[in-house]
Design a protein around this ligand. Sequence first.
Ligand code: ARG
Length: 275
Amino acid sequence: MKRIARPLAAIVAIGLAAACSGPEKKAADGLDAVKAAGKIVLGTSADFPPYEFHMEEGGQDTIVGFDIEVAKEIANDLGVTLEIKDMNFDGLLAALDSGSIDIVVAGMNPTEERKKAVDFTDVYYMAEQTVIVRAADAATYVSVESLKDAMIGAQKGATQVGIAKKKIKGLADEAQPSDQVKELPKLGDLVLALKNGNIDAVVVESAVAAAYVRANPDLALAPFTFPDEDGGSAIAVKKGNPALLSALNATLGRLSASGAVEEYVAGANALMDRL
Ligand code: ARG
């Protein structure tokens, strides 16, 4: 069976190669693929209120947040529907690479390291980083130095791991292991670990920290922040899709100029009060 199948496969392969090697050699841009499919597939990690989070709407579990509002505008501008895939934050770039999603909108910072693997749009939102602690410990953890011997949590694959290791633990880089830094894939699990006393603090974006503290009266915000050195949030696309990238930038430009992003942030914060 194999012997017969092989030459056939070879002929099909030659046929495909011939079909692809016309005068137009370049691969189709992701924009064409999205338009042909009639949908854009968004990858996110919906554990990040007010950016993206789960909420029950009309008895149905829905993913909402200001990133989702931005993505809806993108889909609208492209004339396609929006499909959302919720996954672990540290799996998003691989999903982009494998083609199972078209874009990542997940409060993701366009870091130099990530830029080696994917392309980013312009930045659509700026943030600061802070730390959540148990309310009972708020008087203890008043400075970065006070966390020196504390057990710090950070989301796996996120820039906060670097903050925990370099800025709090004083390590040279984030690849270095530390038994005082706990990395978990989902932020909600880190918050639980904090509430249970398994860790002492979670490094997270200020707006997200405020959201978790509002929902959990036994938690508190530390009174200090770390500047966002990686330059805010941007949308990631697979490398080599310039038309898709500029379509995304066109929508982001429109939303930034009209102040819509700020409105979406306010809207998402208001939604959270219903959680
Ligand atoms: N801004 C951080 C980063 O880019 C964390 C983002 C986490 N996002 C999420 N949806 N959980 O690494």
